[in-house]
Design a protein around this ligand. Structure first.
Ligand code: GLV
Length: 309
């Protein structure tokens, strides 16, 4: 069995070592130097491969995504017709929980305002923040979005979720389908985007949807840069309608040095680190699926090409 690792971002060493412990017969090759004969390759473990690259392997049995999102694969028109398997990793979920909770608490308790006041050496309090009345909204209730919504509910926030189909998650108020988007936004003071990027969600945070948020709302985007129309967000921040944003993902990554987000007083920028796959916790799922495929069983957690996630 041969697995080809393709990523310009993830380091192969940890994956190689831990996969060898579980599957000693697996020949782990790192693209491009170690690829060898393309006909040897059974499995690919990849992040953002060059367009057309995966079509070069005639005996490929499955493609494993190194990321939760599959847009980096589905954008390739030459993607071979083999099962595409999304990353399922408990560390991806806990990482996202931490990232979102950090920013929600930051905005809810107005630490953005206090940081500004400290710079002016201004000793001035604000009225108490009422957690149960703070309306937080999560767009996208997949494995990660549902976990985040549940955790925020556990902290006592008034949480709602918006997704394609209705979901039941504890006390989370469910909004589903296109018609429910504006009502969901109307009640959301802190908006968190955890949607998959598909043609239907591209540019979903735009002038019109931002205008549906209440005055003084915050936006946290930790899904994909393509969800946000960046100029529309800048306009809403600059006009004072929105109070702030935490952005981990951007249309162009790395974020160009001249981009206004870098120096915007209301924007927190992080370099696409909201949550990262951890080999130790991700490998059991990959190993199980390699075994299933080798035993002629269908793999779990396949991406639907039709839905786009
Ligand atoms: C990272 O962006 C991921 O999709 O896991």
């Amino acid at each position: 069995m041969v697995l080809l690792f393709i990523s310009g971002f993830h380091r192969p060493q940890g994956w190689q070592r831990l996969l060898a412990e579980e599957l000693p017969d697996l020949d782990f090759r790192v693209w491009a130097d170690e690829t060898g004969d393309p006909a040897d390759i059974d499995f690919a473990l990849v992040w953002d491969p060059p367009m057309g690259e995966l079509a070069r392997y005639p005996n490929l049995k499955a493609i494993f995504s190194l990321a939760a999102g599959s847009d980096h694969l589905l954008k390739d028109p030459a993607l071979p017709e083999v099962p595409l398997i999304r990353m399922v990793d408990p560390a991806l979920i806990s990482g996202m929980n931490e990232f979102v909770i950090h920013h929600v608490l930051h905005f809810h308790r107005r630490f953005d305002v206090f940081e500004e006041r400290q710079r002016r050496r201004e000793w001035k309090e604000l009225p108490a923040a009422d957690t149960a009345c703070r309306r937080v909204g999560v767009m996208g209730l997949g494995a990660i979005g549902s976990a985040v919504a549940g955790k925020l509910g556990g902290l006592g926030f008034a949480v709602a979720g918006w997704s394609r189909s209705a979901k039941e998650i504890g006390d989370v108020e469910s909004f589903d389908g296109e018609d429910a988007l504006i009502p969901f936004l109307n009640r959301t003071e802190i908006l968190i985007c955890l949607l998959p990027l598909t043609p239907a969600t591209e540019g979903i945070i735009n002038k019109e949807t931002l205008a549906a948020l209440p005055e003084g709302a915050y936006v946290i985007n930790c899904a994909r840069g393509g969800h946000l129309v960046e100029d529309d967000l800048l306009a809403a921040l600059d006009s004072g309608r929105l109070a702030g944003a935490a952005l981990d993902v951007f249309r162009a990554e790395p974020l160009p040095r001249e981009h206004p987000f870098w120096r915007h007083p209301k924007v927190v920028v992080t370099p696409h680190i909201a949550s990262l796959t951890v080999p130790r916790t991700a490998i059991p799922h990959i190993v199980e699926n390699i075994r299933r495929i080798e035993n002629g069983q269908p793999p779990t957690n396949q991406v639907s090409r039709e839905r786009g996630y």
